[in-house]
Design a protein around this ligand. Structure first.
Ligand SMILES: Cc1ncc(COP(=O)(O)O)c(C=O)c1O
Length: 362
């Protein structure tokens, strides 16, 4: 029995034809333009034009740095704003990559555990209580990986009333899944809110909502001084992202609406298939994920009671692997006993994976 992986963060998507044809044309011309280290102006202009800050100056290309992936954008920003030992507040569950990024940038993660019981609400009161004089960054992932939770405009606005009281604090919003949204409302970008103290930092990428997996490109948006610090770091340690990837990103940005609409339509049937299955496990998924292509069921009912939570969670993940389904252990996202399942896989694989899971999770 060959294992089926529902663990990958990258889907099974093809790039849109308008993207590949643009890159093929570029390569046929032969000579690539030389890119500034912060990225081609045309791409930074197109990205900046997507953002409209309320009560603030327009976002311009001077706010944008194109990076080799979203992870690189996160790392550049964390390096630019953290001093050794600074705390980074991380609401959990959250993407497993953040812990090491923060550590390597010299920071210390402080988790702010959220509860599935209230659909992972992040309230102004709990945020206020978690901020200490050492807190330098709040990481906010919207839509959240792994829960798929979308934080709507009113909720974000309420949180920002707290962060504005702490002007030394940066709010770093990872919006890489912002085009994969199944609610009627779209995902509010942090950059659309007023930012009187220049606290807002955003990263985004092309490997999820825009289907450019393998092109290794992302970007950050920050106040110009922070963006310049990130550019200097990229100049000192690497260079500009390869121009074919930047041209692909430009074409994808221009075709964003049609790419994300097609992607959501492609994902709908698999989404329903997985949610229908999880509905058969009492209490596992009290709230449907609003975005991303993950579900993050609560499998704590299936943990060995005599083990510590992390150990029991690892054991459950191993048990699922033994029946041929690889999942992400929720413990790596700060939530032992949960599992992240991706439905961005071929339908035959998802159907068989569900059959195998059903044999264990009864
Ligand atoms: C929330 C989040 N941020 C960043 C990344 C990294 O993205 P990239 O492939 O663009 O480096 C991922 C990838 O899984 C992710 O889920």
């Amino acid at each position: 029995m060959s294992p089926i992986s529902l663990a990958s963060g990258y889907g099974n998507f093809l790039p849109a034809s308008e993207v590949t044809s643009r890159v093929v044309n570029l390569l046929h011309v032969g000579r690539l333009p030389v890119s500034p280290v912060e990225g081609l102006l045309a791409l930074r202009e197109a990205l900046a034009a997507n953002y409209h800050q309320q009560d603030g100056p327009p976002i311009t290309p001077f706010n944008v740095v194109v990076t080799p992936g979203t992870k690189a954008a996160l790392f550049a920003l964390l390096c630019a704003v953290l001093h050794p030992g600074d705390e980074v507040l991380l609401p959990t569950p959250n993407w497993f990559g953040f812990w090491e990024l923060v550590e390597r940038a010299g920071g210390v993660v402080r988790e702010l555990p959220l509860s599935v019981a209230n659909n992972h609400a992040l309230t102004p009161e709990s945020l206020q209580a978690a901020i200490t004089p050492r807190t330098r960054v709040l990481i906010f992932t919207n839509p959240n990986n792994p829960t798929g939770r979308i934080y709507q405009r009113a909720e974000v606005e309420a949180l920002l009333t707290v962060t504005r009281q702490h002007p030394r604090l940066f709010v770093l919003s990872d919006e890489i899944y912002d085009g994969i949204c199944f609610n009627s409302e779209s995902v509010p970008s942090l950059l659309s809110f007023p930012d009187p103290n220049n606290q807002h930092l955003v990263v985004n990428g092309f490997s999820k909502s825009l289907t450019l997996l393998g092109w290794n490109i992302g970007y950050l948006v920050a106040p110009p001084a922070v963006a310049r610090a990130c550019t200097r770091q990229q100049f000192a340690t690497g260079g500009a992202v390869a121009v074919p990837s930047q041209i692909a990103a430009l074409a994808a940005t221009e075709a964003r609406t049609s790419i994300t609409t097609t992607l959501r339509q492609q994902l709908l049937a698999n989404r329903q298939r997985l949610l229908d299955f999880l509905a058969t496990l009492p209490g596992a998924l009290p709230y449907a994920p609003g975005g991303t292509y993950y579900a993050f069921p609560d499998l704590r009912a299936f943990l060995a009671p005599d083990l510590a939570p992390a150990e029991a969670s690892a054991q459950l993940t191993a048990k699922l692997k033994a029946v041929g389904v690889v999942v992400v252990d929720g413990a790596t996202c700060g939530a032992p006993g949960f599992a992240r399942l991706s439905y961005a896989v071929p339908v035959a694989e998802l159907t068989e994976a569900i059959r195998r899971l059903a044999a264990v999770l009864q």
